[in-house]
Design a protein around this ligand. Structure first.
Ligand code: SF4
Ligand code: SF4
Length: 368
């Protein structure tokens, strides 16, 4: 196995000049953007746009980081399309609202980049996948030469951590995501499916924004946490291993990483990764709180036996819920009803995927 390379650069805040410098520095440690993008390449900058959210809410890709990456890709001769499939329906009106609130329109200002408005999907074959031998993806993926992803450094209620592998779930169109959740309710199987998507997409580069990430109940209900760094690699799993070490999260407890070890995509050890630029020692005092206490993954046979009895329940807060119904639309088991402007959950059907918690714009779903 060749030793993967991961680059780290420091960046204190989202001030555009600082961001430009640190993004360029992270890329220089990998040989420069020209190593990955050739003149004429059509590049999808696959950002993280979970739902319409302002940049200071730290849920979505920051516009200054997106702008700095666009500038570097264009300098290398690439043509950039910025896109993602946010939660809920994959429609032009949903994209419009999401791009505006996440300030992706500002990110492309003054550049030659475009936002993706293609809301078609395509069925593609994935012969090297383990669980998914074919999958439905957003069509734009099929129309570009390269995919560069821009995950944020965040912990996650369902998959423990969201990073280079998890961001690729955004290539599954809108509500089809709920169908995959329903089919694969176990985080281990779900993470194998995420690795299958990675096997299909083969991102050219993963560029993680850890300037300000999210700890606790991520990817949307946690608290902002500064790491002050960018992390970049051609290997999303290696990048995730380095990021986990940076925030003191044991990579073995992250199912995308432990599954990747089983699938011989990585050894899972940070010692087997070449880190360039800033060393991990710089982050010795940094620690992210987890969404839920989890020292080791619970073996599947035990989970099958105990069912949902010891997993946290999503509980709507009647003081915060406005009855918008977004959670009911997103729920893969259709077990949320809205009555008297309040979400009500049928726990007999609930599979604890936490999509409702993830997508609630009011942060009205607690995990208890
Ligand atoms: S819990 Fe959140 S998403 Fe669900 S209805 Fe209430 S406010 Fe809307
Ligand atoms: S109620 Fe929430 S956690 Fe339960 S299945 Fe529906 S979306 Fe998932």
């Amino acid at each position: 196995m060749t030793r993967p390379i991961v680059s780290i650069s420091l960046c204190e805040e989202y001030e555009i000049q600082q961001v430009r410098k640190a993004v360029a520095e992270a890329m220089e440690h990998l040989g420069g953007m020209g190593n990955f993008v050739k003149p004429g390449d059509k590049v999808l900058l696959k950002v993280n746009l979970l739902f319409p959210s302002k940049p200071d809410e730290v849920v979505t890709s920051h516009p200054t980081v997106v702008k700095a990456l666009i500038e570097l890709i264009e300098k290398a001769g690439g043509k950039v399309i910025v896109g993602d499939s946010p939660g809920l329906a994959f429609t032009k009106s949903r994209l419009e609202k999401t791009y505006q609130k996440c300030q992706m329109d500002k990110a492309i200002e003054g550049t030659g980049a475009e936002l993706n408005w293609n809301v078609e999907s395509a069925r593609v074959s994935n012969p090297d996948g383990k669980l998914l031998k074919s999958l439905e993806v957003i069509q734009i993926i099929e129309q570009v030469d390269k995919v560069i992803t821009v995950p944020k450094l965040k912990t996650h209620t369902f998959t423990t951590f969201t990073g280079g592998t998890k961001i690729l779930y955004g290539v599954i169109p809108g509500l089809t995501k709920a169908a995959y959740h329903a089919k694969l309710p176990d985080p281990k199987d779900f993470s194998d499916m995420l690795l299958d998507i990675q096997v299909y997409v083969k991102p050219t580069l993963t560029f993680m924004d850890g300037v300000i990430g999210m700890e606790g109940k991520g990817p949307s209900g946690g608290e902002a946490k500064k790491a002050g760094a960018f992390i970049a690699s051609t290997d999303p799993v290696a990048l995730d291993i380095v990021a986990c070490n940076m925030i003191k999260l044991d990579p073995k407890t992250v199912p995308t990483i432990s599954n990747a070890v089983e699938r011989k995509m990585t050894t899972g050890k940070v010692e087997d990764i070449e880190i360039r630029g800033t060393s991990l020692e710089n982050f010795s005092d940094l620690k992210f709180k987890l969404a839920m206490k989890k020292d080791m993954p619970i073996p599947r046979f035990i989970l099958n036996f105990i069912g949902n009895r010891f997993t946290k329940k999503p509980v709507p807060d009647k003081n915060k819920c406005i009855g918008c119904g977004i959670c009911a639309t997103a729920c893969p088991k259709h077990c949320i009803q809205i009555a008297d402007k309040l979400a009500k959950i049928n726990y007999k059907e609930c599979i604890r995927c936490y999509c409702c918690h993830e997508l609630c714009p009011e942060r009205a779903i607690e995990l208890k």
